[in-house]
Write a protein of this length. Structure first.
Length: 214
């Protein structure tokens, strides 16, 4: 039998919703709301800064520092230190990536070992599941549920994360919990209480795991 060319880790992750829906939208001439097609240009000052950088001479066309250009990481550290409320070191704590996909891919590759479980809150942005699988992990799902079964869901805030349900999925193999806030596709912004409770359950489980290490 001919040797399979592609690695086993990509089996089952060769399809995605973007390819399928883009094709369907083209076939049926539908308005494609699936991906952003901005109908405005970036502001003039951004365009001018971009042109100035491109024209800035050969030093602007070199490999940059792999973790992010020093000017950029310093600005990001200043900005995010204010937001998160603790000191961020520009050279140690920041990695600049090409979009969220690369950041997520690097995060899963560096955190997830073969057999680790990663909890993903449903509904979720489609790339989490294949990225966890490619890292050798097992996705475990926890759905957001309507706040009340009797009432209609009228806003994204009506979808809630049950902390009991989340806790029931955490075990010694759990390596990470993926929480996307604001959530794509629902737009739900996680409540501080939901985040604190997820962090507390995870911390409790980590402690247990450390306790289990022989
Ligand atoms: C929740 C979520 N994760 C990841 C991505 C991918 O982001 P990027 O295009 O920056 O790689 C998107 C893009 O819309 C997103 O909404």
């Amino acid at each position: 039998m001919a040797r399979q060319i592609h690695a086993r880790r990509v089996e089952g992750v060769d399809k995605n919703v973007w390819v399928e829906f883009t094709q369907l939208a083209a076939d049926y001439k539908a308005v494609n709301l699936g991906q952003g097609f901005p109908d405005f240009s970036p502001p003039k000052f951004v365009q001018e800064a971009f042109c100035a950088a491109v024209m800035g001479g050969p030093q602007m066309h070199q490999y940059t520092r792999a973790f992010g250009h020093p000017h950029l990481v310093k600005s990001l550290a200043t900005f995010f230190t204010r937001i998160v409320g603790h000191e961020i070191n520009p050279l140690d704590d920041i990695l600049v990536t090409v979009g969220a996909y690369q950041a997520l891919f690097c995060a899963f590759q560096s955190l997830v070992d073969e057999g680790d479980e990663v909890i993903i809150v449903e509904p979720f942005f489609d790339c989490y599941q294949p990225m966890v699988r490619m890292a050798g992990g097992k996705p475990v799902y926890v759905p957001l549920r309507p706040r009340s079964e009797d009432k209609m869901v009228s806003s994204s805030a009506d979808w809630v994360l049950s902390t009991e349900e989340l806790a029931s999925k955490i075990n010694p193999r759990t390596k990470a919990i993926v929480i996307n806030t604001p959530n794509n596709p629902l737009g739900k912004v996680s409540l501080l209480q939901e985040l604190l409770s997820a962090a507390a359950h995870n911390a409790a489980s980590q402690e247990k795991q450390v306790g289990h290490v022989p």
